[in-house]
Ligand binder design. Structure first.
Ligand code: CU
Length: 202
């Protein structure tokens, strides 16, 4: 009897500690953010990129003209993003950076040439036809895609994407937000379908 209560107390303690610990992550540090955001691109780009923190300020100066930052437009959680995927980090060249800031302000992007954006941690889901949809329930039926690793091509002239593939289930590059001011090309790389197996080509 005694032994059981001791074991019980130990178990309960262990569980409580476990729960408290699980809720106690803190991903707001510069170190966490630099690691999570810079790894949205391959090392040879991310290691030399400027990193913008959650407060919109530069937390590391870069040297290659690229900028990495969290791309998730949802409110920044008190303890930071749960993980890198949740942060939806993007590494942008100069043109993609212009596109990102226009996108976040709901403005029309004005680029001087085509741009490139890496998103090797994927995103937490998009309606492929409509920008800004935050939940699968609100998306166009069959058009919700939670992306794994990909590269994005951002054209200066969105008309150049007319008649391109818009089907994300083929594995080929496809147009996201086709026919809109935010039309761009998604280029899936290894692991692209890991969050949404049912869309993988069979
Ligand atoms: Cu993307």
């Amino acid at each position: 009897m005694k032994i059981y209560s001791v074991i019980n107390i130990l178990l309960v303690n262990f569980l409580i500690t476990g729960f408290v610990y699980a809720g106690k992550y803190d991903n707001t540090s510069k170190e966490w953010q630099i690691k999570a955001y810079s790894s949205a691109a391959p090392d040879f780009i991310g290691n030399f990129a400027t990193i913008v923190g959650s407060d919109g300020k530069v937390i590391r100066e870069g040297s290659n003209g690229w900028t990495c930052m969290a791309g998730n437009g949802r409110p920044y959680p008190e303890k930071g993003w749960k993980n890198a995927h949740d942060a939806m980090p993007t590494c942008n060249d100069k043109e993609a950076m212009k596109w990102m800031s226009a996108f976040m302000k709901n403005e029309k992007p004005k680029l001087d040439k085509d741009g490139w954006m890496w998103m090797l941690h994927g995103d937490v889901g998009e309606d492929n036809l409509v920008a800004g949809v935050l939940n699968k329930e609100d998306s166009t039926p069959g058009q919700w895609i939670e992306s794994g690793p990909h590269l994005m091509f951002i054209p200066k002239d969105i008309k150049s994407l007319d008649n391109w593939n818009t089907d994300f289930t083929t594995g080929e590059p496809y147009v996201m937000f086709p026919g809109t001011i935010y039309a761009h090309v998604m280029i899936p790389v290894e692991g692209y379908y890991k969050y949404q197996k049912e869309s993988e080509p069979k």
